[in-house]
Design a protein around this ligand. Sequence first.
Ligand SMILES: Cc1cc2nc3c(=O)[nH]c(=O)nc-3n(C[C@H](O)[C@H](O)[C@H](O)COP(=O)(O)O)c2cc1C
Length: 153
Amino acid sequence: MSTILVMYHSQSGNTRLMAQAVAAGVESVENAAVNLKPAAETGLEDLRSCDGMAIGSPEYFGYMAGMIKDFFDRTYEAAIQNPKTFRKPYVLFISAGNDGRNCRDQIERILTGFRFKKVFEPVISRGPVEQEILDQCLELGQTIAAGCDLGIY
Ligand SMILES: Cc1cc2nc3c(=O)[nH]c(=O)nc-3n(C[C@H](O)[C@H](O)[C@H](O)COP(=O)(O)O)c2cc1C
């Protein structure tokens, strides 16, 4: 059984919708379980107990949400000292008003420090979250869950 941690932050609900679609994608894969959590409630134990991770952030002021950064700040020192908390496969989903690229770039940069491995291109939503984006998020969840289950990452 593979466990996928779907960690997100959302103030007005857009990133939460995307996170729920990613989680539904994970759950649609046999032998996969989802741990869906707001970043503020996510800690080192969640990182240790997952096989892969999906991270969702809104773009705020051209950057990731503070709560996503806070999770990285809180866990980095311990994470890099434990082989069970780094080198995880990950996927990314972002909700933005009209951009999202710097949020993506900065998260990817931090995850290089965690030695995480990107296994699929990020989904970036611009404006209200459309059905097409939710479909892509579902696929994102299926992809990371199926890949972890097969052990291909
Ligand atoms: C404080 C704040 C800053 C924002 N800064 C940006 C930004 O720099 N670039 C952008 O494209 N959208 C920006 N937005 C728009 C949000 O990224 C967008 O509304 C997003 O869908 C919010 O996600 P949420 O509903 O999960 O909180 C900003 C919104 C807020 C509230």
